[in-house]
Design a protein around this ligand. Structure first.
Ligand code: IFM
Length: 448
């Protein structure tokens, strides 16, 4: 390997999620999801938008695949909407929903693009939420059935499966901090949700293998590498706590190490209830770990004590338009730490990207040099990690195109392609054109 070449067979892809791109929320029998309900609740989405039409990919997926083709990509990570497949979560199967994903998978394979499927990227059927959602153990069984149905249908063509996307967001962000659907603020519930998600992951692993001969099964975690703002003891304690609660709480059980003890004790009465075989189920061996990385946490605790804690104090001013600090070194530290400490056979960067307030220029193009710079620096780090021995097999940029960015609506643009949400026209940004050159060369090349 020369210094800027990626290993042969490296996967170059983009990532999306069903609710963020599909639209068509009431078509062909799709059931209501918790995100439909959340969007309909005044004040939850800054732009007041809903998931309709998002990018209208339910109808325009051939255009989306043409964009991937134009960039010469060989992988695409997307998710299946549970309420399209089983509208009420655990009842009748909707064939039209499965047919849609059949068409997407076949169209990808025709273009030699490997599908990487996420089974759950946040759009829980509302009917299950009405019965307690992920806080109710019955949802774990409903999920296992859903996985069985999807993999039975697509497992002859889809090899790469991810059980969940970012369980931290599904549990803590959505059930303790209340920022995402279902918008609850209850730490104890959030930790029970996290536990149920992990158990459902572990139950899904053998189900996927059963229906898919060469399955490669993984889970996608979002990491928040933690650094102390100063050398003070209080900052170091807060940093350790953040790392344990955000990163180890999810990674350690999957790796068979159980919950981190300090964090468990720190949570006191809020810890989840755990059934006898749960930890063994969660530790089902996986083939790869999906790593989502955007930024780091800088931890500052000026006075000490629970009330005065501050996270994400940026020590530098470099940030994206979303105000997420740009700190590529954290990706290197993270990959090395995961590899040395856990030894997963394969690792993928399943999301990395930057949000900027892009506009169409008078020349009809979208010039986004800052995104190119962000991606280039993170890819350079990825290369360094590979050189250091990390088994990094692929990189998925978030995202293929600007889409429905959850509570931010369409106001936060992460795409390699610009989406005009009025006309649904997609325009490859300069970053998309450049990313295509990188994928074609399988090497980190410069941009003009
Ligand atoms: O858009 C999200 C995605 O759904 C999950 N990971 C982070 C992205 C950017 O916020």
């Amino acid at each position: 390997m020369t210094d800027n070449r990626f290993p042969k067979g490296f996967i170059w892809g983009t990532a999306t999620a069903s609710f963020q791109i599909e639209g068509a929320t009431r078509e062909d029998g799709r059931g209501e999801s918790i995100w439909d309900r959340f969007c309909a609740t005044p004040g939850k989405i800054v732009t007041g938008e809903t998931g309709d039409p998002a990018c209208d990919s339910y109808h325009r997926y051939p255009e989306d695949i043409a964009l991937m083709k134009a960039m010469s990509l060989n992988g695409y990570r997307f998710s299946i909407a549970w309420p399209r497949v089983i509208p009420d979560g655990d009842g009748k199967v909707c064939q039209a929903g499965l047919d849609y994903y059949d068409r997407v998978v076949d169209a990808l394979l025709r273009e030699n693009i490997e599908p990487f499927v996420t089974l759950y990227h946040w759009d829980l059927p509302q009917a299950l939420q009405d019965r307690g959602g992920w806080g109710n153990r019955a949802t774990v069984d409903a999920y296992a059935r859903y996985v069985d149905i999807v993999v039975s249908r697509l497992g002859d063509r889809v090899k790469y499966w991810m059980t969940h996307n970012e369980p931290w967001c599904v549990s803590i962000l959505s059930h303790e901090l209340g920022e995402h659907a279902p918008g609850l603020k209850d730490r104890k519930l959030a930790l029970q949700v996290a536990h149920h998600l992990l158990v459902s992951h572990g139950l899904a692993v053998p189900i996927i293998r059963q229906h898919c001969k060469d399955a490669q099964v993984g889970i996608v975690l979002n990491f928040s590498p933690a650094y102390p703002a100063t050398d003070s003891l209080a900052d170091q304690i807060l940093t350790r706590q953040h790392h344990a609660r955000f990163n180890l709480w999810f990674l350690d059980p999957i790796a068979g190490r159980g919950y981190p003890q300090d964090a468990w004790e720190g949570y006191g009465a809020d810890v989840p209830s755990v059934q006898p075989d749960d930890m063994q189920i969660i530790a089902a061996p996986i083939d790869f770990l999906g790593v989502n990385f955007y930024s780091r946490a800088v931890c500052h605790d000026p006075a000490g004590g629970e009330g005065s804690r501050v996270l994400n104090v940026r020590s530098k001013t470099e940030a994206t338009d979303r105000d997420w600090e740009i700190y590529p070194q954290a990706l290197y530290d993270l990959l090395i730490w995961i590899h040395n400490g856990y030894n997963f056979r394969d690792i993928y960067i399943t999301e990395n990207g930057a949000s900027y307030n892009d506009v169409i220029s008078p020349d009809g193009k979208v010039h986004d040099p800052k995104r190119i710079d962000y991606l280039k620096r993170h890819l350079a780090i990825a290369l360094r990690a590979i050189e250091a021995g990390v088994p990094l097999r692929g990189y998925f940029c978030w995202s293929l195109m600007d889409n429905f960015e959850w509570a931010m609506g369409t106001s936060s643009r992460f795409g390699l392609a610009y989406t005009d949400f009025t006309t649904q026209k997609r325009i490859l940004k300069d970053s998309g054109l450049w990313f295509g050159e990188v994928a074609r060369a399988n090497a980190l090349i410069d941009h003009p």
